[in-house]
Each structure stands twice: as structure tokens, then as C-alpha cells.
Design a protein around this ligand. Structure first.
Ligand code: ADP
Ligand code: ZN
Ligand code: ZN
Length: 763
């Protein structure tokens, strides 16, 4: 009876160890690994933590504190999740508490409160929703609309409803929040009643979070083409003796259709599936495609949801409760942390995408790599999909660590887009540029608009112009907190720092020589939008970047306008490179390929190849062959030549050669230690101490300390030390040494004003 005395608790702290508490007798039955418990830390502060382990080993510390309370009837976190947290904290060198903070919806996390909350259990919120009374055909609906011609208020309500719900004839009947509908339509509640009486709309009470209700049976799966079917068969074949497969298929080859078949199989086996996407908000189209087949059991998880919604989804994934459970989760990287019961498959779509890596704050994890580990814990399989895989993944595939399945044809035998290089330097010299547009690009846009086709223009900088400059002395306004120039945003007429968010009014005169009239330099999406409107005054132009997509549904609105042909030209940052599948989109312009290629990073070339391939993949996906115009001042550039031929293989070979020559991953493991201090010279001396300690162990495998490319952010000066470890040796020991060296540094006099961040695989 006298066992299970102690519990090690994970608390939301950067502190690396776990704190041990004693378990009062009356709680012994209700405390399990994964239980959420309330504990006291310090004098008064209360925290909720997660039990990592229960044991009998008396801790060395005296005056051991007891657990105060067990917060839920059942553990919130299951054992596989705990295993994943512990793996991430060890591999990525952070505390389990930092993983917990990323993993748990914050409503499940109490931090440093001084009073017990009265009730902090989540109750699903019921709300009134409105939807069509039935999945009407288009004809039927048109008849309704006609019949309402003399009831303008009801007519307006119905059209606004159709718009908000994204009506698809005879398919989904998506409920819309009643309050939202009334607000958007600007009408009084009574007018909905009228439509309900006519049998057109109905009102339902629903828990928020359960937004996708489908009345019609799920759509049958599409029949695969010969190549797709062979690919699917091969994939399953490989799974019989391998855990991970790379599905390398050109854009629009039907990778998503193959995923859908795999998902269907797993769901029929009673397994759960996780479908990871790089940036969820951009992928409304994919969500709709999956919901058509798996509507009832599909949940979506990403950071734009409210906390209550996240808790709701968490519970639906974790608990077996029949009609309410989610078995297919589409999510961004944090969906990895949901309480899956029995995963059968993880799909990592666009596996090469940089946004799978969380850079700040800790845990600095890569969701693709962690997904493979998670799948292993569930004895599940992983499919990595991409049209231009990351160099590491492709290397793993051709060396046999992963299986490899390739799709070479686009669906419907549509040809890959034709790529046209436009030499900006020559065009400037010959005075053929119109604003920032080359004759080749203008001609392509002309042609598309004349045929009522659509155009996407890509520029990887937001704002109007990247900086202002004094024409007299060359002075450039800089951020007061960071070592970067401020970007000019015309819409709000301010200068904005893209690193820290600081903003200031436009200076009337130069801060150095006092002369008036600072000039704009370079161009961002906002400027392109302005100028394209001048060149094509009758075109309908929209812009998609961080500044135009702050609202939760703003992505959907922009994409829907494009789908419905209400936008002729869409301008955007890399946001537009993903997932867009628009039938009528035939021309893609890349406005400035130079600033992609010249980025100071060992992956810059790989990334620009992937980005250009991916953006190009948006053009001509159905019947017409698309056209891609790449504007560059360096048309002979080797990477651009490879894009021209869609030559992934050679891009891979060249990159591997370079990485071998300069010892970069996959030829080594990389760990980056960032040391920060408000005082520049103190930073210099402390980072030298650390580097010396590390060099004593690793010798020439230590590079730096060197100032970061942006050497100061939010008043913190930053220096980086890079560790390049041998691939063949286990990294655990080296990581231990690094942690030890950091602890030694922090014990130096005055070192407490340092901030140190460790990033494992910082790319
Ligand atoms: P990828 O994921 O490789 O970019 P998709 O799965 O999006 O390719 O396919 C491109 C387009 O072709 C989509 O609109 C998709 O619905 C369609 N498509 C692909 N395969 C089939 C198929 N076997 N039957 C019908 N449509 C298909
Ligand atoms: Zn000046
Ligand atoms: Zn700043």
C-alpha cells in the first residue's frame, strides 16, 4: 500500500529539471502519469503541471510539498504524448515545461496564479447557427432567390448566408453563426424567421467548434489514374517493411488524391490520421477537399482558433465518444501535440517547407522530424509529400532510409508551365521597363486578361518599399531597437520594423543632413499593387500578405474571390505559393528572383528553387499550359537555369556537392547557440568565454562567435556560435557538454543578464 509516494511534475518553466512533490494518500487513486495537478511553487504562486512519473524514490530536497489538487477526472495527456514531450525536450535541448507550453491549449495551463480559480473547466459553448434547411440544388435555390424579389431584406440575408457559408450546390450545408449573419447582412433577427417559415433556412443550436456539419453523404473517392494507382500500390508495398515514404510528385500530379485514398483506408481500420500542412490558414482549399470525403470526423487545428475552440478539439481527438470524435486532423505544426489515441498515419504535406520549424520561442522543433518520431511511438506510418523535397529528405530517400515513390505526370497530362526568363537589367537599359514590370511579364498579363484568365504576382517582401533613403547623403531610417532599416507602409503611412513591430511616422527630413524629401527604395507587395492598378486600370486587383490577412477568415475571403473569378490579379508574398488550385489561373510572375537567391543562408539556393517551383506550380493546373515569368538581373544564374528545366535532380546534386565541400547538413549535425546581451562589449566577452569552453571539447567544429545577420533585435545584441557535429556519432553526449558549458557560463559573475537560446537543426 505504501508505494507511489512521489510525483515528478512538468511545470511551464524553462527550468530543465522536474520538480518532485509528495502525493497525499487521498489522491493516490486519482493521480496518474499525464494527470493535471495543482501545485505550489515559491511562496504563494500556484501552477498547474502535468505528472510525468510516479515513483517511490525519495528526493534529496527537504520540506517536500504535497500536490494540492488533481484538476481533472482523467489524465489530460496520454503516455505517448509524454514520451513525445520528453523526446522533444532532449533532442531540441529545452525543458519539458517549454514543450508543455507549446503543446497544451493555454486554457489547460495555469501559471503563477495566487488564487485557486473558482471553476476552470471548459464547457462547450452552445450558439445559434443558421443553415440551409436542406442541400438544395442550384435550380431550387435560384427559384427561392427569384421568389424573394419582393422581399429585399430576406433576399439580402439569403445571399449573404450563401456567401458566408461558401455554398456548393447539393454538397455541403455549412452553418453560419447567427450573430455573424445578422451583422454582415445588417438586418434584424426577425428576418431570419421569415426564411425559416418558408422552409429555406433553419436554425440549429450547436457547440462552437463543430462548424462542419454535412447532411449529404460523403463524396466517393476519385478514381486514381494509372500512374497514381501504381504509386499508391508501391507506397503501401514499401510500408510493409519501412516506416516513412517520400512521395515526390510534380505539382498537380495528384499527391493529395493519393493521400485521400490512404486516409480513407486508415479511417476504415478505425485509426486516426494526422495531416500536417505548413501554414493552415492558407489551405482552405485542401480542407474543403478533405471535408467533402471525411466531413464528419474531420477536425482542424491551428493557432488562429480561440482557446476554447482548441480545448474542444483537444477533447474530440482524445476521447472516444462516438459521433463527436475527430479521427482526421488537419493542422499546422502544433497539431502534432494533440492527444491522439491510435494514429495509423501521418501525412506531412510540402515537407520541405521552412514553417515546419519553430524558431522562437523554445521548443525550437521541426514538426516534420518530430512527426516521424511520433508515428514511431504509435507504430504508425509517415508519408512526406513534396514536388521539390528538402535536400535532407531526398538524401534519406535515395540512401534507403525512407522509401521513395515518384509521380512524374500532371493530372490530365497538363504540361508543366513554360518558364520565361525576363532580364531586368537589359530591360532597364533599353528603357523598356514599365514601373517594375518587364515587357515579357506585361505581355503575359495582357494575354491572360484578354482571355479572362487570372494572374498571380509573387514578391517576397510586404509593405510599400523596404526602405527610405536620403538622396543627398544616403541616410536610411533604422529601427530604434533593431539593426535593420524600417519598411515604408503606404496604407498606414508609417515606417514599420518587420523584426519587432516598432513603427514611426515618416520623417519630414533627413535625420543626418536635414535635407527634405526622403525617397523610396526597392519595392514590396503594396507598391506592386499600386502600380499594377495604374498599368491595368480595369483589372480587379487583390493583395495577400501578412498585412491583409490579420482577420481569421481573411484568407478564405481572398481565396474565394479568386476562385469565383472576382479577382483578376492577385499579388502576394510566399503565402500565395501554397496549395492554390485555381482552374483559370494561367500566369505567374516572380517579380524579383534576385533577392531570393542572395539571402545569406546555406539553404538559400535550395529554398529559392523550391519556392519558384511551388509558385510556378500554381499556373495552368487544369487544361491550359501555364506561363511563368521570372524577372531577374542575373538570367545566367545556375539555380534559375535549373528552375527553367524543372530539374530537381541536378539541383539536388549541386546542393549535395556544396554541402559536402563546406560541411553542412546532411554531412553534419548543426546546433546554433545564440547569446544575447544589452551591452555590446559584455556580449563580446561572455560569448568568447563560451566559445573557448566549447572549443576545448570540439576544437574546429566550433564556428564563431559572430554577430547574427541582424545583429540587434529589440535592443538585444546577438552573437551566434555554431557547432557542427559529426553525423555518425550520437549527439546526446555532445548536447550534454553544450548544456554544461552554458551552465558554467551562467555561473560567471554578471552573466545573469545574458539570454541564451539553443537551436538544434537551426534550418
Ligand atoms: P498535387 O497534390 O500533387 O499538387 P492534386 O491532388 O491537387 O495534386 O491534383 C491536382 C488537380 O487534379 C486537383 O484539382 C485534383 O482534384 C485533380 N485530380 C488529380 N487526380 C485526379 C483523379 N484521379 N481524378 C480526378 N481529378 C484528379
Ligand atoms: Zn541626408
Ligand atoms: Zn525593430
Amino acid at each position: 500500500m505504501m508505494n507511489n509516494h512521489f510525483a515528478d511534475i512538468i511545470l511551464p518553466l524553462a527550468y530543465k529539471g522536474l520538480l518532485t512533490y509528495s502525493i497525499p494518500d487521498e489522491m493516490k487513486r486519482s493521480v496518474h502519469p499525464g494527470s493535471r495537478v495543482l501545485v505550489q511553487l515559491g511562496n504563494r504562486k500556484l501552477y498547474s503541471g502535468i505528472v510525468n512519473r510516479i515513483h517511490d524514490i525519495p528526493p534529496a530536497a527537504r520540506n517536500l510539498r504535497p500536490l494540492i489538487r488533481v484538476l481533472d477526472a482523467e489524465p489530460v495527456v496520454n503516455e505517448i504524448q509524454l514520451k513525445l514531450w520528453n523526446w522533444i525536450s532532449e533532442y531540441y535541448m529545452c525543458s519539458a515545461g517549454e514543450v508543455m507550453k507549446a503543446a497544451l491549449p493555454s486554457d489547460l495551463c495555469l501559471e503563477g496564479v495566487t488564487e485557486l480559480p473558482v471553476t476552470e473547466k471548459y464547457k462547450p459553448r452552445e450558439e445559434s447557427f443558421v443553415r440551409l434547411a436542406s442541400a438544395f440544388t442550384e435550380d431550387r435555390l435560384n427559384a427561392f432567390l427569384d421568389s424573394l424579389s419582393r422581399a429585399p431584406v430576406q433576399l439580402r440575408l439569403l445571399t449573404v448566408y450563401l456567401d458566408l457559408s461558401g455554398y456548393v450546390p447539393e454538397a455541403l450545408v455549412k452553418p453560419v453563426r447567427k450573430s455573424l449573419l445578422l451583422k454582415e447582412a445588417g438586418s434584424a433577427p426577425g428576418s431570419i424567421e421569415g426564411l425559416v417559415k418558408k422552409g429555406i433556412l433553419e436554425i440549429i443550436e450547436m457547440e462552437t467548434g463543430r462548424l462542419a456539419e454535412y447532411k449529404t453523404p460523403a463524396e466517393p473517392l476519385k478514381q486514381l489514374t494509372g500512374e497514381q494507382y501504381a504509386g499508391l500500390k508501391e507506397l503501401k508495398n514499401i510500408f510493409s517493411d519501412r516506416e516513412t515514404v517520400l512521395l515526390h510528385g510534380v505539382t498537380s500530379s495528384g499527391k493529395t488524391e493519393i493521400y485521400i485514398h490512404l486516409i480513407d483506408e486508415q479511417l476504415k481500420l478505425g485509426k486516426q490520421v494526422l495531416y500536417l500542412l505548413p501554414e493552415i490558414a492558407l489551405t482552405t482549399q485542401i480542407i474543403q477537399r478533405l471535408q467533402k470525403h471525411f466531413g464528419q470526423v474531420t477536425g482542424i487545428y491551428h493557432s488562429r482558433f480561440s482557446n476554447a475552440e482548441r480545448v474542444e478539439i483537444w477533447n474530440r481527438v482524445g476521447r472516444q465518444n462516438g459521433a463527436k470524435e475527430y479521427n482526421l486532423i488537419i493542422g499546422a505544426r502544433s497539431a502534432l501535440f494533440l492527444p491522439f489515441r491510435n494514429l495509423g498515419l501521418i501525412i506531412v504535406d510540402e515537407e520541405h517547407d521552412g514553417s515546419y520549424k519553430q524558431h522562437d520561442p523554445a521548443p525550437r522543433y521541426n514538426a516534420r522530424d518530430s512527426a516521424i518520431v511520433l508515428a514511431g511511438f504509435h507504430k504508425a506510418k509517415t508519408v512526406l509529400g513534396s514536388a521539390s523535397p528538402s535536400v535532407e529528405t531526398y538524401n534519406n530517400a535515395i540512401t534507403g532510409k525512407y522509401g521513395l515513390v515518384e509521380l512524374r505526370e500532371r493530372y490530365g497530362s497538363v504540361k508543366l508551365p513554360v518558364i520565361i526568363l525576363a532580364d531586368t537589367r537589359e530591360a532597364y537599359r533599353k528603357k523598356l521597363m514599365v514601373s517594375h514590370f518587364t515587357p515579357q511579364l506585361l505581355e503575359a498579363i495582357d494575354g491572360a486578361l484578354a482571355n479572362n484568365e487570372q494572374v498571380v504576382l509573387f514578391q517576397n517582401r510586404r509593405g510599400f518599399s523596404p526602405y527610405l533613403e536620403c538622396p543627398e547623403c544616403g541616410w536610411i531610417p533604422k529601427c530604434v531597437q533593431c539593426a535593420v532599416s524600417l519598411t515604408y507602409h503606404k496604407g498606414i503611412n508609417r515606417l514599420v520594423c518587420h523584426y519587432c513591430g516598432y513603427s514611426s511616422p515618416i520623417p519630414a527630413k533627413c535625420g543626418n543632413c536635414g535635407s527634405p524629401g526622403l525617397q523610396t527604395r526597392g519595392f514590396g507587395t503594396e507598391k506592386i499593387e499600386d502600380e499594377i492598378k495604374i498599368v491595368f486600370p480595369s483589372a480587379r486587383v487583390a493583395r495577400m500578405d501578412q498585412d491583409t490577412t490579420r482577420g481569421k477568415s481573411s484568407f478564405e475571403r481572398i481565396i474565394r474571390a479568386l476562385e469565383e473569378g472576382q479577382t483578376d490579379i492577385l499579388i502576394g508574398t510566399q503565402m500565395i505559393s501554397k496549395g492554390l488550385d485555381i482552374e483559370n489561373l494561367t500566369v505567374v510572375g516572380i517579380l524579383n528572383a534576385d533577392n531570393l537567391l542572395n539571402y545569406p543562408d546555406f539553404r538559400a539556393h535550395e529554398r529559392s528553387f523550391q519556392l519558384m517551383e511551388q509558385v510556378s506550380g500554381r499556373a495552368g493546373r487544369r487544361t491550359k499550359t501555364g506561363k511563368v515569368v521570372i524577372q531577374t538581373s542575373d538570367p545566367g544564374n545556375r539555380m534559375i537555369r535549373l528552375v527553367l528545366n524543372h530539374d530537381y535532380r541536378n539541383m539536388f546534386r549541386i546542393q549535395m556537392d556544396e554541402r559536402k565541400a563546406f560541411n553542412y547538413p546532411p554531412y553534419c549535425r548543426m546546433i546554433r547557440i545564440s547569446v544575447k546581451h544589452h551591452d555590446r562589449s559584455l556580449l563580446n566577452s561572455y560569448s568568447d568565454i563560451l566559445a573557448r569552453d566549447l572549443k576545448a571539447e570540439f576544437g574546429k567544429r566550433i564556428l564563431g562567435p559572430e554577430f547574427a545577420p541582424v545583429s540587434q533585435v529589440q535592443l538585444w545584441y546577438i552573437k551566434n556560435i555554431l557547432v557542427k557535429l559529426e553525423r555518425e556519432k550520437p549527439a546526446a553526449q555532445a548536447k550534454k557538454y553544450i548544456s554544461g558549458a552554458i551552465e558554467r557560463l551562467l555561473r560567471e559573475k554578471g552573466a545573469s543578464a545574458l539570454r541564451i537560446a539553443v537551436d538544434v537543426d537551426p534550418y
